[in-house]
Design a protein around this ligand. Structure first.
Ligand code: PFF
Length: 454
């Protein structure tokens, strides 16, 4: 069978629209609404935002195109795809490392993502129950620290979130994923716009905007640049094979370039909206922008608690955030599950069960890093911080370099041209220059700079 006719054994999206929704669903998640604002706050605001946007445009979009094309050509799990494509290009099977490292990164990320997904779940119930009615900044902060201080409570919510995730994964592409991704993403978008509207009434909207968008390069350090680049990879779900595996379900007539641009725009739009909604509330309530992973859980309840209809609005917001987290968590574990199916001939249900149990166990480290193990640090990082640093700032960017090198240098131009189907030679040449030179060099420089070697 010709490579261009290969079909994925794991399924196919029913249309280009479903793929866009699924990939946007995978991209838009806690990374945009929970992580982007707190990293921005910790890294001093606008300079971080600017580096992040540059990374999305210059590295994210070309690499997303590269990953989708690898996936659609290989039509399999990231590990198997790289094996097939290494054969096709007559190079060493060592390139499978892209698939292995991505599969591992997905599992590691899901282990802590599920804990934060659990926080979201708990906050739905707190909002519905009216906990935040009339809440002050202090009250929201105290509620949050009491909540994360309890290992048992976090354990329970982490478990519930993991069950929800693996339940959908066990259903498969057609049954589970498609249905899960098709609804409510647009509603989340609208709700965020309404939140920004609320922030405009706080009197601190201008200050929030200035914090996000008035460049202040004095705040830019090697570490913050690495963090912005890592966040671009994390937020777009790049460098780890998720997009590759979603790409493997993409119909042949879908334009990879325009789809990638659409996904990146939607993803960045959601992150910026989240920032614009949150920082005015932070400043209006004298909260600390650099307070870390609890930022949205400490700020948004104050807004919900003090606006008309806030109880309903807040509940709806956390429900939608849960859905955004859910559609991302599904994609994080998909490479491992499909690999187990492919390698050991397991049923999807069994593969989901094994992957789920293992990831859940690992997640306990994150659960306890907020309470029991909070003092247990390595290089100043808790278990959660360390997992996050290693995956977002090292594994994903390194995976991205390898993908760029493979696609840019080893795949034949006629294969990449055939997959991308770009008719304008200048656009193809620009893409090729980005994946061949700019992306690998830029990632490398940022990494060296961050460890103080530049
Ligand atoms: N992009 C997701 C988010 O922003 O929440 C997280 C994520 C999903 C990262 C899938 C990586 C991935 F493969």
């Amino acid at each position: 069978m010709k490579i261009s006719e290969r079909q994925s054994v794991h399924g196919q999206w029913s249309s280009r629209w479903t793929f866009i929704m699924a990939a946007t669903g995978a991209a838009v998640g806690l990374g945009n609404i929970w992580k982007f604002p707190y990293l921005t706050g910790q890294n001093g605001g606008s300079a971080f935002v600017l580096v992040y946007i540059v990374c999305v445009a210059a590295l994210g979009i070309p690499l997303m195109m590269a990953e989708i094309l690898l996936g659609r050509r290989g039509r399999s799990t990231p590990i198997r795809t790289m094996q097939v494509l290494a054969e096709e290009t007559n190079t060493t099977q060592w390139w499978q490392i892209i698939g292995w490292s991505g599969t591992l990164a997905g599992m590691l990320i899901l282990s802590y993502y599920s804990v934060i997904g659990g926080w979201t779940l708990a906050y739905i119930f707190k909002s519905i129950g009216g906990t935040f009615n009339g809440a002050s900044g202090q009250f929201a902060a105290d509620t949050f620290s009491a909540f994360t201080g309890s290992g048992t409570i976090l354990f329970i919510w982490h478990t519930v979130f993991m069950v929800l995730t693996m339940g959908v994964v066990a259903g498969g592409v057609q049954g589970g994923l498609e249905k899960a991704v098709q609804f409510l993403m647009p509603t989340l978008f609208i709700l965020l716009v309404l939140m920004v509207g609320y922030s405009m009434t706080t009197g601190f909207f201008g200050k929030g905007l200035a914090f996000l968008f008035t460049p202040d390069f004095s705040k830019l350090t090697g570490a913050s640049m690495l963090s912005a680049m890592g966040q671009a990879f994390f937020s777009l779900s790049l460098g780890m094979g998720t997009i590759m595996i979603y790409g493997s379900y993409v119909p042949r007539d879908t334009s990879i370039a325009s789809t990638s641009v659409a996904i990146a725009l939607a993803d960045t739009g959601v992150a910026l909206l989240a920032g614009m909604a949150i920082f005015p509330i932070v400043f209006a309530n004298n909260l600390e922008p650099g307070s870390g992973p609890g930022l949205i859980f400490q700020t948004l309840p104050v807004a919900f608690g003090n606006m008309t209809g806030g109880q309903a609005f807040g509940s709806l917001f956390f429900i939608l955030l849960l859905i955004a987290a859910w559609t991302s968590s599904i994609s994080l574990i998909e490479p491992l599950v499909t690999w187990l199916i492919e390698t050991y001939g397991m049923t999807r249900i069994k593969a989901s069960l094994y992957s789920g149990i293992f990831t859940w166990l690992l997640g306990l480290g994150t659960v306890w890093s907020f309470n029991r193990w909070a003092e247990l640090t390595f290089l100043g990082l808790t278990f959660f911080d360390l997992l996050d640093f290693v995956t977002s700032n090292l594994m994903l960017p390194l995976g991205g370099i390898l993908i760029a090198l493979f696609v840019g240098w080893l795949m034949r131009a006629d294969s990449t041209k055939a997959e991308l189907n770009i008719h304008n030679p200048a656009i193809y040449a620009a893409w090729q220059a980005l994946v061949r030179y700019i992306a690998p060099v830029a990632v490398f420089i940022v990494l060296l700079n961050a460890i103080g070697l530049l």
